[in-house]
Design a protein around this ligand. Structure first.
Ligand code: PEP
Length: 249
């Protein structure tokens, strides 16, 4: 019922030359994929190049962040309208690296989600616990706070345009993946929270990805799980062959 979505998060990688090489290699590898939505989230400076290259293909374009204001005195920031103009469809919001290094909070995540939706962008909202929080058995309360914060005042009719990425912080870029069962169980906690905030029908429709060292080797097992509707892929999205294997899982 929920269409799987595999999204690459390139982070701060690739020049325009690298973008051209990677996308040119990726297009033929995934051209026959129909049942899975394919997204690449690229640095701002590569968006125009990526948009041109993926025209007419089954690959969609995403950005890695968006500011909440429409415009104004926010040096170094990028608005939703600027992204839409370039053909961006998805935007990652609240990635743990933004939370950890750039002071992102649940409140600013919520502001960015609202701005994205108002411009027709589809947010990929990242949530997830740190290792310390997991070890202290705080997974449920941490996720509740993050989900409640991100979805504050978001109307139910917008849920179809939102994807959640459950990314345990300890699994991002570390090579440590959550077990498929663990990821599935934790995503169920998130889905149950959405059901509490909205209703069960809405929660059952919402797509929730897993992210955290998902790669060509473990994608199949993770994607087999009932609750997991896709992946947010960091490192493995920088290699066309690996990313295509994840897409085809
Ligand atoms: C990410 O950046 O969202 C991510 C999951 O990274 P990696 O796949 O490298 O762990």
């Amino acid at each position: 019922m929920r269409k799987p979505i595999i999204a690459g998060n390139w982070k701060m990688n690739n020049t325009n030359a690298g973008t051209k090489a990677l996308i040119t290699e990726l297009i033929p590898l995934v051209k026959d994929v129909k049942g899975t939505e394919i997204v690449i989230c690229v640095p701002y400076t590569n968006i125009a190049t990526a948009a041109e290259l993926i025209k007419g293909t089954n690959i969609k374009l995403g950005a890695e962040n968006v500011h909440w204001a429409e415009k104004g005195a926010f040096t170094g920031e990028i608005s939703a309208e600027m992204l839409v103009e370039l053909g961006v469809e998805y935007v990652i919001i609240g990635h743990s690296e933004r939370r950890q290094y750039f002071g992102e909070t649940d409140a600013t995540v919520n502001m960015r989600v609202k701005a994205a939706l108002a411009s027709g962008l589809k947010p990929i909202i990242c949530v997830g616990e740190t290792l310390e929080q997991r070890e202290k058995n705080r997974v449920k309360s941490v996720l509740k706070k993050q989900v409640d914060g991100a979805f504050a005042d978001i109307p139910e009719d917008q849920l179809a345009n939102i994807v959640i990425a459950y990314e345990p912080v300890w699994a991002i870029g570390t090579g440590k993946t959550a077990t498929a069962q663990d990821a599935n169980d934790t995503i169920k906690i998130i889905r149950n929270r959405i059901a509490k905030l909205y209703n069960r029908k809405a929660a059952n429709k919402l797509r929730i990805q897993y992210g955290g060292s998902m790669n060509a080797k473990n994608a199949h097992e993770l994607m087999e799980m009932k609750q997991i509707d896709g992946g947010l892929i960091g490192g493995a999205s920088l290699k066309a062959v690996d990313f295509s294997i994840v897409v085809k899982h």
